[in-house]
Design a protein around this ligand. Structure first.
Ligand SMILES: [Zn+2]
Ligand SMILES: [Zn+2]
Ligand SMILES: [Zn+2]
Ligand SMILES: [Zn+2]
Ligand SMILES: [Zn+2]
Ligand SMILES: [Zn+2]
Ligand SMILES: [Zn+2]
Length: 406
């Protein structure tokens, strides 16, 4: 019942009659009801006013204006009957609200974002069998890729088989192709193992086996040729090396080992001469050689050790000045363990230009050179540490200046 009747209309019973006869608008005038009549007819009007609220016809308990009842019953009443638009099953309103979001027939987007829409009940099957974003193993290498990229991976997969470029029947894995071509391909053209010796044969593995069997003689001849060429090269290398090893410093330190045995030999045989390695005074200089008579020679025979220097025919003699005019010094080292007390024996000379020893040597040089027959006496040899551990050191030094260096 409307509040107008309760509080405004009844407080004064005396004037009820007059009031009931007054003209009023329907209480739903603002909502759009055009009804207007005496107040006493209002109650009857409200029984049919389409804007007045009445209990839901489906007894959900809600008060609904008559004009909205159709909508309410169809769309919002929890007790309405309705069909799911996806599965077409009939539900009560509240059950349908629960059903929505769970209906197995509703198409939903794939959670892997492949872009596909599938019915909710089929999503598991889609993810496992059809989704383009599902992970599948590469059938060659076993690595997992999404289904839509595994094909592209195959084009570079190291384990995928590729056709042999030599067109043999094999299809080796991509990462084994090199080994296949090198070691296994039946169609590969291989060079003969004697290629470096000069054989030009090339052929398949089979043809090569046959060639090797048939070409023993030819191969042997090739290898022989190689050996000959190498021997020649070796020879020229050896002489180049000897040239490089030649002393060109102008100073020779001559080490005489087994001194006692050599001295004993010199004492019992006549004219035993020790000769040093040849050496050059400079890179393109004179070629010299020292000689040593342990038991002396000439004026020093049996009492002294004699030293001489010989000029040997050298490669650059034609370009050098003659006679030879460099100062030559001989030093016998005192090998005392206290270097301060060591006292070396030194002798030197400036060549006399009139001596024939200092002219350009012929191919057959003199047996004896120029030097000191009485270089050091046998007595002196014993006094100091000239011989130590049975070794004696003699330095021969050539100095381009003419000053005697002592
Ligand atoms: Zn009304
Ligand atoms: Zn209802
Ligand atoms: Zn449904
Ligand atoms: Zn998918
Ligand atoms: Zn792969
Ligand atoms: Zn092949
Ligand atoms: Zn061959």
């Amino acid at each position: 019942m409307c509040s107008i009747f309760d509080r405004t209309i009844y407080p004064d019973p005396e004037s009820e009659k007059a009031i009931m006869g007054s003209v009023v608008y329907c209480i739903h005038h603002k909502e759009g009801c055009q009804w207007s009549d005496e107040l006493r007819k209002l109650k009857a009007h409200l029984n049919t006013c389409k804007h007045d609220a009445v209990l839901c016809a489906a007894q959900c308990g809600a008060m609904i204006p008559r004009v909205l009842m159709q909508d309410h019953l169809r769309y919002t009443c929890p007790r309405r009957r309705a069909n799911c638009e996806h599965c077409a099953k009939e539900f009560s309103g509240s059950a349908l609200e629960e059903h929505q979001g769970n209906c197995g027939h509703e198409p939903v987007y794939c959670e892997n974002k492949c872009g596909a829409k599938v019915q909710r009940r089929h999503t598991q099957q889609h993810l496992q069998q059809h989704c383009s974003k599902r992970l599948v193993p590469c059938r060659h290498c076993g690595q997992r890729y999404t289904q839509d990229t595994v094909g592209a991976h195959g084009a570079s997969c190291a384990r995928a088989p590729v056709p042999c470029p030599q067109r043999c029947a094999a299809a080796p894995a991509r990462d084994e192709l090199d080994a296949h071509l090198r070691d296994h391909c039946a169609a590969a053209s291989l060079p003969c193992a004697y290629r470096d010796a000069g054989c030009r044969f090339k052929g398949t593995r089979q043809a090569l086996d046959r060639h090797i069997e048939e070409s023993c003689q030819a191969h042997l001849a090739l290898v022989c040729g190689v050996a000959t060429r190498q021997a020649r090269q070796l020879e020229s290398l050896r002489s180049a090396l000897a040239k490089l090893a030649l002393n060109q410093s102008g100073a020779l330190v001559w080490r005489i080992s087994d001194f006692a045995a050599k001295m004993a030999e010199a004492k019992c045989k006549e004219g035993v001469e020790l000769v040093s390695p040849a050496f050059y005074t400079s890179q393109y200089g004179y070629k010299l050689q020292a000689s040593l008579f342990l038991n002396g020679n000439g004026a020093g025979e049996s009492t002294h050790m004699s030293v001489y220097i010989k000029i040997l025919p050298g490669e650059y003699d034609a370009l050098l000045r003659w006679p030879f005019a460099h100062t030559v010094s001989f030093t016998l080292f005192d090998q005392s363990s206290t270097p301060d007390r060591a006292c070396n024996m030194v002798e030197s000379f400036v060549p006399d230009p009139t001596w024939k020893n200092f002219q350009r040597p012929s191919k057959e040089p003199d047996a004896l050179g120029f030097g000191f027959p009485r270089f050091v006496s046998h007595e002196m040899l014993k006094k100091r540490n000239f011989v130590k551990d049975d070794v004696l050191f003699l330095r021969v030094k050539v100095d381009p200046s003419k000053i005697v260096a002592v």
